[in-house]
Design a protein around this ligand. Structure first.
Ligand SMILES: NC(=O)c1ccc[n+]([C@@H]2O[C@H](COP(=O)([O-])OP(=O)(O)OC[C@H]3O[C@@H](n4cnc5c(N)ncnc54)[C@H](OP(=O)(O)O)[C@@H]3O)[C@@H](O)[C@H]2O)c1
Length: 328
């Protein structure tokens, strides 16, 4: 990973963290580009927590006077994630971000997750893979000519010279070609190492692949949720592309967060002496070796719990029960 020396002085605790990292086992890992990552990573969207912040709107801008959580807590959480073996971070310049109540596709961003990652984790460990995404803005999907600036914002905020993976997070495009073409040019120019697609329909994948290789697809998917993406998940597996589901834990909770309250999940979690969140993550991992979990949390206990879900093996009967839950 190429990086600048921004905030190198904030990194002193990392060395001891990497010494504790658990040893990777091939079943637990996937090669993202040229890098081996543990299949349970970390999503940065919930660093600020879920809940009241989600209800801050332009009409009530002071509903949460200072929504920025205390940075020491976030630093500790991010460093703990790396200590526990996370080497795949999923972020965006617009995280934390939340939907506005009543607006299904609303977007409201507090814009600090990338800074928090840079402050907590630089100098970055050689095996840390940071995926980010561009597209959403407060004013809707960015135009193609705005993408370069968004990529440069991510580079600056993360303190990097090259981004490991940039997803085009599309919304409402018939063809992703024009937007993806810009990102492919930025890849050629060395600002980006690998490209991905997010929130896509199956037809978008070949459109992008005509332009440049796609190493990861990130769509909504979970137990009883987003199963419309079953075919896309399978297509990715056949082509050696990572499928990285979002909302795999919260599922129908979407922006509101929390763990979706689904009876069979709760029953199976009792059988395993596990939590429903862990069962949802175990199911995700059972969907194929190319499926990478990126649970988001603001809670260190939940972080440890989520990473431990990798040791849960669901029986064929349990998988069938979970597969049969109707999807939204
Ligand atoms: N490409 C896209 O359009 C897109 C959209 C959304 C998200 N994402 C990415 O995908 C990642 C995952 O999505 P997400 O974070 O929105 O949702 P998620 O991981 O499915 O669920 C997060 C929610 O579940 C709770 N949670 C997590 N682990 C828990 C546990 N062990 N026990 C109890 N509650 C638990 C969290 O609350 P606590 O903080 O209390 O743990 C939070 O409310 C994001 O962080 C982001 O990187 C991408």
């Amino acid at each position: 990973m190429h990086r600048t020396d921004v905030d190198a002085d904030l990194s002193s605790n990392l060395a001891s963290g990497s010494a504790n990292r658990k040893t990777a086992n091939p079943v637990e890992t996937w090669k993202l580009g040229e890098q081996l990552v543990n299949r349970i990573g970390f999503g940065a969207k919930r660093l600020g927590g879920s809940g009241p912040i989600a209800h801050r709107t332009p009409d009530t801008p002071t509903a949460v006077p200072d929504a920025r959580p205390d940075s020491e807590r976030v630093t500790t959480l991010l460093r703990r994630a790396v200590e526990l073996g996370v080497n795949h971070l999923d972020t965006a310049a617009f995280y934390p971000s939340y939907g506005r109540p009543g607006e299904q596709h609303g977007f409201h961003s507090l814009d600090w997750a990338n800074d928090a990652i840079r402050r907590a984790l630089t100098p970055y460990a050689d095996d840390l893979f940071i995926a980010t995404k561009v597209g959403p803005t407060e004013h809707g999907l960015a135009r193609p000519d705005q993408l370069r600036q968004l990529v440069e914002d991510n580079l600056r905020q993360l303190g990097l010279e090259t981004l490991d993976l940039v997803y085009l997070r599309q919304h409402g495009l018939t063809s992703v070609a024009e937007h993806f073409g810009v990102l492919a040019e930025l890849r050629q120019a060395g600002l980006i190492r690998h490209l991905g697609l997010s929130n896509i329909r199956p037809g978008h994948l070949p459109q992008a692949q005509e332009i440049a290789p796609v190493i990861a697809v990130q769509n909504r998917y979970g137990v009883g949720f987003g199963r419309i993406n079953d075919g896309l998940l399978a297509a990715c597996g056949e082509q050696g592309i990572a499928f990285v589901p979002f909302f795999a834990v919260t599922a129908t909770g979407r922006e509101e967060g929390g763990v979706a309250d689904t009876d069979p999940v709760v029953a199976i979690s009792r059988d395993h002496g596990a939590t429903p969140a862990q069962i949802r993550i175990a199911w995700t991992l059972a969907k194929g070796p190319h499926v990478l979990a990126i649970p988001g949390t603001s809670n260190p206990g939940h972080l440890a719990e989520n990473l431990a879900a990798g040791s849960i093996t669901l029986s064929p009967g349990q998988l069938a029960t979970l597969d049969a839950i109707p999807s939204d």
